[in-house]
Design a protein around this ligand. Structure first.
Ligand SMILES: *[C@@H]1O[C@H](CO)[C@@H](O)[C@H](O)[C@H]1NC(C)=O
Ligand SMILES: *[C@@H]1O[C@H](CO)[C@@H](O)[C@H](O)[C@H]1NC(C)=O
Ligand SMILES: *[C@@H]1O[C@H](CO)[C@@H](O)[C@H](O)[C@H]1NC(C)=O
Ligand SMILES: *[C@@H]1O[C@H](CO)[C@@H](O)[C@H](O)[C@H]1NC(C)=O
Length: 345
């Protein structure tokens, strides 16, 4: 896989800590010159750095173990985006009324131990950029505060509270459907953004037009579309139909959703129905990995396949409601995915 694992990043930091000063200076000079070379290269070879989906590196997910999944999405994507973070001035929003009571919120889900190292840095930069105009609040949801977001009229599925139980990725996948139905707002993977995404404008757009149910970033091609045949059947469509609509479908990595529509209700119901079906198996065979299970590793009987609670449910529902879906997340939101949920170990 082309992605640097966060643990390898941590190791590198570790090594540099005790290094002599001159070595650090040499490394610094190298990084600075590399940056300028990349900038030059970027101007001459725009394709290399474009966010054009065809230029994206994708790795194929492993075949689903227990359900029949067509072109399962959920691939790890790395976009070659030159970071411009250093030139962005971050506004300090404290004292300007931006807090968790905001009605413009982006949820980020995290099921593991407290974030640290490179990932924590990535999260904090992302939060600062999303909150840049002091209008959108980034809300981190963990196992510690999850229950405070429960809607008593639509309780959380007990599967999400099992420990051990769902993998980190599936914890987040389920909570996306739960939060988007019950609270609405925005969901965001932990990504390296190259500038403020100005999501406040998208919240305004959605507020003004009640027929918008979802705004997000486009998918790159039919191979990015997930579809589970059973979900499609419950929606009276086929996966061929869903994949054929790929140009209208949105990425699973960040989006904004209107709460409590038929669209969110169906989405959440599909995912919860599947969790109920597999609840007993899940109790017996919890995810062997806290973070990402399972692509290529031994599932040890864990009954939920890679995209089963994510794109394989969301894409069919999007296809059915495609008249209510808008493409609109800014291009630079397709930043490097900071392995959105938890560690592999
Ligand atoms: C970087 O930021 C500066 C200042 O905000 C801007 O003028 C420039 O266009 C940005 N460059 C890229 C590559 O985004
Ligand atoms: C933001 O401003 C508050 C006071 O308004 C201050 O206490 C806090 O340290 C500032 N934070 C940063 C990161 O500068
Ligand atoms: C699918 O079709 C059946 C039979 O026509 C109908 O009862 C059901 O409500 C439909 N489901 C959806 C999600 O449209
Ligand atoms: C409202 O949103 C719908 C769904 O995307 C779209 O078809 C329609 O053109 C929008 N209306 C306005 C006035 O923008």
């Amino acid at each position: 896989m082309a992605v640097k694992s966060p643990s390898s990043l941590r190791h590198r930091y570790h090594h540099s800590r005790g290094a002599p000063l001159y070595l650090m200076l040499v490394v610094l000079l190298f990084v600075v010159s590399l940056y300028f070379h990349l900038q030059k290269l970027k101007n001459t070879l725009p394709n290399l750095f474009s966010t054009d989906p065809s230029s994206r590196l994708t790795s194929k997910p492993s075949k689903a173990s227990t359900t029949d999944v067509v072109n399962a999405q959920g691939t790890e994507r790395v976009d070659e985006v030159v970071s411009n973070l250093t030139s962005v001035k971050i506004t300090n929003c404290s004292g300007r009324g931006l807090d968790e009571r905001s009605n413009k919120k982006c949820y980020v889900f995290w099921s593991g131990p407290p974030m640290d190292g490179a990932r924590k840095g990535a999260f904090e930069k992302m939060k600062a950029l999303i909150e840049y105009d002091c209008d959108v609040f980034v809300q981190l949801v963990t196992r510690d505060n999850l229950l405070s977001f429960e809607n008593p009229e639509r309780p959380l599925h007990p599967a999400v509270l099992l420990q051990p139980g769902l993998s980190g990725v599936h914890f987040s996948d389920y909570l996306r459907s739960y939060f988007m139905h019950n609270h609405g707002g925005c969901y965001h993977d932990i990504k390296v953004l190259t500038g403020p995404p100005k999501l406040g404008e998208l919240f305004e757009r959605m507020a003004k037009n009640e027929s918008i149910y979802m705004i997000g970033a486009p998918e790159g091609g039919p191979e990015d579309i997930g579809c589970d045949h059973d979900y499609a059947r419950l929606l009276n469509v086929t996966c061929e139909y869903v994949v054929g609509k790929w140009k209208s479908l949105l990425s699973n990595g960040m989006y904004m959703v209107r709460k409590q529509t038929d669209f969110t209700d169906r989405w959440l119901s599909l995912v919860e129905h599947r969790l109920t079906e597999k609840y007993e198996m899940l109790k017996e065979h919890p995810s062997p990995l806290a973070g990402r299970c399972c692509q290529g590793q031994d599932t040890k009987g864990y009954p939920i396949s890679w995209t089963e609670l994510g794109g394989s449910a969301l894409h069919p529902v999007q296809a059915v409601y495609s008249n209510h879906i808008q493409i609109g997340f800014p291009w630079f939101d397709r930043g490097m995915n900071y392995r959105s949920i938890t560690e592999d170990g």
